[in-house]
Design a protein around this ligand. Structure first.
Ligand SMILES: [Zn+2]
Ligand SMILES: [Zn+2]
Length: 202
């Protein structure tokens, strides 16, 4: 075996030691950032539709966010009572988030809907939004309503919200239009978003 091959094996072994260790109960735990991401569709968003975005979401997460991400799809649930504003045909984001509780620091729940969402942001009440998160609380919601014909790009705002709710990341400090974490400020350019920039990637 030549020296380069030996070196490569040593590096591989070292990286395995860094990534995994056994906890007191003997269970192997990952030391790198990791989470189970539960995609939680609301009524009207079928499990089959979520399955269609799963491969690209998994691929882009692996490409852009260092860590181990296991994405699962939950059965659709009903909207919580009193979350609907009939005069605006929108659901109140905060009511949905407060209903999506997770007790584990390793589990993130991301609610998905085709309906319009709103929040009290940008000094406006019930302002129409694409996504909303409780920062560092592992819960987010995303709607594809405002994506119109770009609905298949819903994985982009999903990554945006995941970075807020799991990592507590703020909006892109470079205001890079290609960065998934750019603040949409009411008009998200989803077609040009392509990566997490150097300041936003983990
Ligand atoms: Zn950025
Ligand atoms: Zn945001």
């Amino acid at each position: 075996m030549n020296r380069t091959a030996v070196k490569q094996i040593i590096i591989l072994c070292l990286s395995l030691v860094l990534v995994c260790c056994k906890n007191s109960s003997g269970k192997v735990e990952c030391l790198c950032p990791h989470a189970t991401i539960c995609l939680q569709p609301y009524e009207g968003f079928s499990k089959e539709e979520v399955e269609k975005i799963l491969p690209i979401l998994q691929e882009k997460l692996e490409e852009n966010v260092y860590g181990m991400w296991n994405v699962k799809i939950n059965d659709p649930i009903e909207f919580p009572k009193h979350s609907y504003i009939s005069s605006m045909n929108r659901y109140k984001g905060i009511s949905l988030l407060n209903n999506l509780k997770t007790n584990s620091k390793d589990t993130v729940i991301i609610g998905l809907t085709h309906s319009d969402l709103c929040a009290d942001v940008h000094n406006k009440k019930n302002y129409g939004i694409v996504g909303y998160s409780l920062v560092n609380r592992n819960v987010s919601i995303v709607s594809d309503k405002r994506l119109k014909d770009k609905r298949m790009m819903i994985w982009k705002p999903i990554i945006h919200e995941f970075m807020h709710s799991f990592f507590g990341k703020p909006h892109c400090p470079n205001d890079d239009p290609k960065c998934f974490l750019k603040d949409a400020k009411g008009k998200g350019n989803f077609e040009i978003q392509d990566y997490l920039c150097n300041s936003c990637r983990m």
